[in-house]
Design a protein around this ligand. Structure first.
Ligand code: GLC
Length: 875
């Protein structure tokens, strides 16, 4: 009954959003798809088979997972060949090739034919020859073959051929169970799952961090709004991280076909990864720290590009702001209410009948003018571009695409079509370099009008079927000239669309870093774009789900991500919106967005006290921008996520292994959002170390749970002792005025902190125009010493630091800055904060010089390392 009700309300909702015509087209699409799949099955072309295919589709046949009993395995190793980089094992039924790419990275390939063509991959950025050669020891005995690098051993038993990865002490990191097998085109690998093992990753998954005991499908799909547990959704990355008895490892399964990961769901001590086709090729990474695995994974698949700084500000969106007067009104409200905001996004209604790269001139008579006016008020405009191009030969994009053969086709060369927002659409084949070049150029008009960023949607790719659908398997793709069908190209379609967009924007605006937001992607997409977690719901469970989802994306290289803050489908009440805005401050992407036919969701819609609280939190994001930008820079250097699970800092602490409801934001913050209605306090797990309560400066010793107050105006937030947090003054948007002073919030303890700065928008940073400051904080006896080391040739606009030292028990006896006594300081005994200025920071004299100085030394008493001082309110 409920499900019937759901179906009916889905149809009603669909008709309201899409119109009856499109609903009918969509309802018929699955049959059309089945027809073409059957018609062109196995390279044939038979209409009769097509019609029979429709009947077959009605039966909805299910594919069952492969079992070892179904498969052929390599058998025994008969001969071994070793070269500079690789070991090739010729077995009874296949050849296995192990290539040592780095001390902690080995690639495994299986070939039943014995052929190993160069491994083409959309994810991997490096040719084998580009990896420096690594020395490894090779040892062969009657029973086994061993490859030993300076970091790990790969042991292959000969009878049968099975792989085990061990650390140098001989402890198992990961081992084959049945090992690698195949049946027809399908390939699978079975590995053992240790009793204490935890598993993470796989891209965008609407579940908790630790994925042990669950099974997943890897097939990018539009679920048309999702609930916790729905799988698969928009963006899948076949990268699995494991933690077995303290040893962190990674497996990247470089296969774009529809695939499955069973992580102990079918059999509790076995992991299976399987694909519907393609090569069995995976990369094995060893840590033991998971951070080392991430570093290497992002070396292999590419690092996140540094976004423009304004993209780290607050974004406002809805489906859709129109007409122009409404967009201007939203902009005006932000400035009048003094709620900082950098960007307004235009969803599909800005277009003319949902035709990409056009404007609805009735609603937006002069877009360039509007964008310029918004620009004067400090707003950047981001526009949506979908994958489907309306099949209308009178529409210039479609006409060009048809004329130049840019769209995906059926095997007989006819152009494939299916319904999306504008009705029947054609779809550019983004796996073709020629199509990507054309697509990139299509943005010229938008760029000339001043559009600052692009939001690529519906690129799973979606054809609006009854349940959200996609192309038939038989649709052809260029695949960089090698040819492939949709089974192989599906999962990279969105990523290649985002790539075409990013490359286009970079050609059109060579001096600016692009902002491309994509809904769908695959491994390695961080090189081109960021993503958002799309059509969630305005519910408390979904607020909580944001955390493991964004953390998991970060573990898979897609660290610049965030949810529709406030929720997409439904309308949040004031409390839910405020709690979500608080969390949004600490998600890498901070954008409020809601669906069509929902209530307004701007930060002020619920009146007081919500508006004031929302404003304060958005202001906090803006104050923290130099810190946030530095966290992005770290990610771009080493793949360390911006929003991090605690396990990345405390891998040996079992409490962190499945912790879904708190996270680290950059190096210093521990964030514990409120995910329950009416809550005014919550339990927070603080890992080992000393922590300051951000709001009260109370000091806590970690390694335990603490109960913290969380009235609506506060979200539990802690700072790691020993941190220096750089903050800017509040601005209404990035670059509103030059920053004249940088405030350094110092949290006494021993530690190192970083500050990365550059011009925030161009590529000059790649030519050395950046400034990297390393702050070192040390407590020695009764003194606290802050040193800094500066490198790089970028000169920020400020020339002094305001130093705020937290948790100072008594007024200091002496404060010195750069060796000289500081004449003036203020000390507030109530808040226990000490404030003073350090004037004139001497920059390095040349770009190659590193300037070191003892920034300040404070002689006074600081909270002890142990114990818990009285909480006090900060001033
Ligand atoms: C999709 C997107 C959503 C957008 C809508 C209309 O559902 O995920 O963010 O608002 O399409 O373009």
């Amino acid at each position: 009954m409920t499900s019937l009700f759901k179906q009916v309300s889905r149809i009603v909702q669909g008709v309201r959003i899409l119109g009856a015509g499109l609903v009918i087209q969509s309802a018929l699409y699955p049959f059309r798809k089945a027809y073409y799949n059957a018609k062109f099955h196995d390279g044939g072309n038979s209409s009769l088979r097509g019609w029979l295919g429709i009947l077959d589709a009605l039966r909805n046949p299910q594919v069952s997972p492969l079992t070892p009993a179904d498969c052929t395995f390599p058998g025994d190793v008969r001969a071994v060949r070793v070269d500079r980089r690789a070991v090739e094992l010729s077995c009874d039924n296949a050849v296995v090739r192990l290539t040592v790419l780095a001390e902690d990275l080995i690639r495994v390939r299986l070939s039943p034919t014995g052929e190993f063509p160069p491994p083409f991959s959309y994810a991997v950025t490096r040719e084998d020859a580009d990896w420096p050669t690594v020395d490894f020891a090779f040892h062969e005995s009657k029973e086994a073959v061993e490859i030993r690098t300076a970091r790990l051993t790969c042991r292959v038993t000969k009878s049968p051929c099975r792989l085990t990865f061990l650390d140098l002490d001989g402890a198992v990191i990961s081992a084959d169970a049945a090992g690698m097998g195949w049946r027809g085109e399908r390939v699978a690998c079975w590995k053992t799952l240790g009793p204490d093992e935890h598993l993470y990753g796989l891209g965008e998954k609407a579940l908790g961090l630790d994925k042990r005991g669950m099974a997943f499908e890897m097939w990018n799909r539009d679920p048309q709004t999702y609930s916790p547990g729905d799988d698969p959704i928009y963006l899948n990355i076949p990268f699995l991280l494991g933690l077995r008895e303290g040893r962190g490892y990674g497996i990247f399964y470089d296969n774009t076909f529809r695939s499955w990961f069973d992580l102990g769901a079918g059999q509790e001590d076995v992991v299976r990864f399987e694909a519907a086709g393609g090569e069995l090729r995976y990369y094995f990474f060893y840590g033991p720290e998971l951070t080392t695995v991430l570093d290497r994974y992002t070396e292999l698949t590419g690092r996140m590009i540094m976004p423009p700084l304004w993209a780290l500000g607050y974004h406002q969106n809805r489906w859709s702001y129109y007409p122009e007067a409404r967009v201007r009104e939203i902009a005006h409200e932000f400035r009048a209410r003094r709620i900082p905001c950098d960007s307004i996004h235009l969803d599909i209604h800005y277009m003319d009948g949902y035709r990409c790269f056009t404007w609805n001139r009735r609603h937006f008579p002069d877009p360039a003018r509007m964008i310029a006016d918004l620009g004067e008020q400090g707003f950047k405009v981001v526009v949506m571009i979908d994958a489907g191009i309306k099949a209308d030969p009178k529409y210039w994009v479609c006409a060009e695409g048809l004329e130049q053969g840019m769209f995906c086709t059926y095997p007989d060369g006819r152009i494939f079509g299916g319904p999306v927002w504008p009705g029947e659409c054609h779809f550019p084949d983004f796996t073709s370099p020629r199509v990507r070049a054309w697509w990139g150029e299509l943005y010229r008009g938008l760029v000339e009008m001043g559009v600052a960023g692009v939001w690529n949607d519906m690129n799973e790719p979606v054809v609006i079927g009854f349940q959200g659908d996609t192309f038939p398997d038989c649709v052809r793709h260029d695949w960089e000239g090698q040819g492939a069908d949709h089974r192989q190209a599906h999962n990279v379609y969105g990523m290649q669309m985002a790539r075409a967009t990013a490359e286009g924007l970079m050609r059109l605006r060579p001096d600016e870093r692009p902002l491309v937001i994509t809904r769908s992607a695959w491994a390695g997409a961080q090189r081109y774009c960021m993503n958002w977690t799309a059509d969630n719901q305005s519910t408390w469970p979904q607020l909580k789900l944001t955390m493991p989802m964004v953390m998991t994306l970060g573990l898979c290289g897609m660290a610049f991500s965030g949810p529709d803050t406030g929720g997409f489908s439904g309308t949040p009440d004031g409390e839910l919106l405020t709690r979500w805005m608080q969390l949004g401050v600490f998600t890498p992407f901070f954008r409020n967005h809601t669906a069509i036919l929902t209530g307004d969701q701007e930060p002020w819609v619920h009146g007081e006290p919500y508006t004031t609280i929302n404003r304060r939190f958005v202001e906090l994001r803006y104050r923290l921008l130099p810190y946030v930008y530095t966290a992005f820079w770290q990610c771009a250097q080493s793949g360390l996520p911006i929003m991090r699970p605690l396990l990345l800092g405390w891998q040996d602490d079992p409490r962190t292994h499945a912790l879904d409801d708190e996270f680290l934001f950059g190096d210093a913050f521990l964030v514990a959002p409120i995910g329950e209605p009416g809550a005014t306090s919550r339990q927070v797990y603080l890992p080992a170390g000393t922590w300051y309560d951000f709001w009260s400066d109370a000091v806590y010793v970690g390694g335990r749970d603490v109960l913290v107050d969380a009235p609506l105006e506060r979200m539990p937030l802690f700072v790691r002792a020993g941190s220096v947090i750089p903050m800017w003054p509040v601005m209404q948007y990035v670059g509103q005025r030059p920053v004249d002073v940088l405030t350094l919030h110092v949290y006494p303890g021993d530690g190192e902190s970083w500050l990365y700065e550059d011009d925030g928008h161009s590529w000059a940073c790649q030519r050395g125009e950046y400034r990297l400051t390393r702050f070192t904080l040390r407590r020695e006896g009764g003194a606290l010493e802050l040193r800094c080391q500066i490198e790089g040739s970028y000169t920020p606009t400020y020339d002094r630091y305001r130093v705020v030292v937290h948790g100072v028990e008594h007024e200091p006896r002496r404060v010195t800055a750069d060796g000289q006594p500081v004449a003036e300081w203020t000390f507030d005994a109530e808040s226990r904060q000490l404030r003073f200025n350090v004037i004139k920071i001497r920059p390095p004299r040349s770009p190659v010089e590193t300037h070191r100085c003892k920034l300040c030394r404070i002689c006074c008493k600081f909270p002890s390392r142990k114990g818990h001082t009285r909480p006090r309110r900060s001033g």
